[in-house]
Design a binder for this molecule. Sequence first.
Ligand SMILES: NC(=O)c1ccc[n+]([C@@H]2O[C@H](COP(=O)([O-])OP(=O)(O)OC[C@H]3O[C@@H](n4cnc5c(N)ncnc54)[C@H](O)[C@@H]3O)[C@@H](O)[C@H]2O)c1
Length: 400
Amino acid sequence: MTQNQVRIGIIGIGNMGGKHAQHIIDLPNTALAALCESNPARLAALDFPPDLPRFSDYRAMLDNTPLDAVLIATPHYDHPDICLAAFERGLHVLVEKPLAVHVQEAERAIAGYQQARRGQPDLVFAAMFMQRTWGHWRAIKAMIDGGELGRLQRCSWLITDWFRTQHYYDSGDWRATWAGEGGGVLMNQCPHNLDLYQWLVGLPARVHGFVHFGKHHNIEVEDEVTAYFEHADGAVGHFITTTGESPGTNRLEIVGELGKLVYESAAAPMPDAADPDAAAAADGDDEPAAPEDLIFYRNTRSSVDEIRLSERGFDKVPYGREIVPYAPRASHGHELIIENFADAILGGAELIAPAEEGLNSVMLNNAIILSAHKRATVELPIDGAEYADLLAQYIAEPPR
Ligand SMILES: NC(=O)c1ccc[n+]([C@@H]2O[C@H](COP(=O)([O-])OP(=O)(O)OC[C@H]3O[C@@H](n4cnc5c(N)ncnc54)[C@H](O)[C@@H]3O)[C@@H](O)[C@H]2O)c1
């Protein structure tokens, strides 16, 4: 490509698509080339330059506008079909999370990409996992990858600060339904957390999930989840989430033989009663930046060696407490993912979030629900066809 700007068309101009459009306008390496929005009233009301091509059908946009890439920000079920339509036309794709609602669909999107890439090796497929740009997650990843924790033993994430009201769930008819979005807190709020879990410590080999559907809200999908993970190397994991607790907690503990890393987000600011909209942050956005919330308890020697070699019975391994420094984020990071996507297209930059890795968070999500349904531990990778059948069953008759 000889140009210095990637021409991007956005599909789905709702809450996120509108923000992404502004980022594409603002970034130096991207140009907003077209808008596609299936809701006619919303399309007519969009406040963008009047000469910007607008479409209600994405295929019409793909066939009638000179584009290099698309950004997909529709509700989740449409993501794979739109990815495939773009790949068939040789276009690069940046897809919102989740990549798909279930494993079979995620694999279909990835297979379409891999097939298109055979004829077009430079084709780029990225996902909007912008939390991967946040300083504390990057610092944790660098410490794990750099071996500072040694062999990992446990990763526990208590992520219950996704509080939502009934009013939120009633605000869109696709929300919190099996037919409309294919799940609840795991599908809508937690794709970032599930992606980060697998990005930091890898996918577990086995999953056991415990799930409550509509426990705190009048919804048919899950709003409270506890999952237990077993990794192939013996490490264990826990993942606890809900949209029904306030105040909630966001605490991640990763323990290795060489120490314990603890991230706990500062309490979110009290909602402003005079400005309730200010509290209505988008997914994953509502965490205040507060360095000194990442602590490493560094062992002076390996706890595994201590268990094996010590000649004393009760002494703990001596450790020090270190505040881990990291660069606080200046923004939510969406624009960094878009900029990186364009850099990958223009100059071959390494992607922060390759969309093929989006399969893993979908896998974890589906495995938790499948396990809860079967009341049994499930092995990964799960059988995508079995989960697709379960989802069809839940759509036809929501679980109680
Ligand atoms: N990365 C993040 O921080 C983040 C935050 C919120 C939402 N999301 C994701 O973004 C996606 C959209 O969420 P949202 O909150 O913006 O939803 P939304 O309902 O506000 O917007 C979706 C828009 O897509 C339009 N649409 C639906 N089907 C379409 C189609 N086939 N063609 C064109 N337009 C279509 C709808 O009319 C709507 O305007 C979801 O997958 C969601 O998970 C990501």
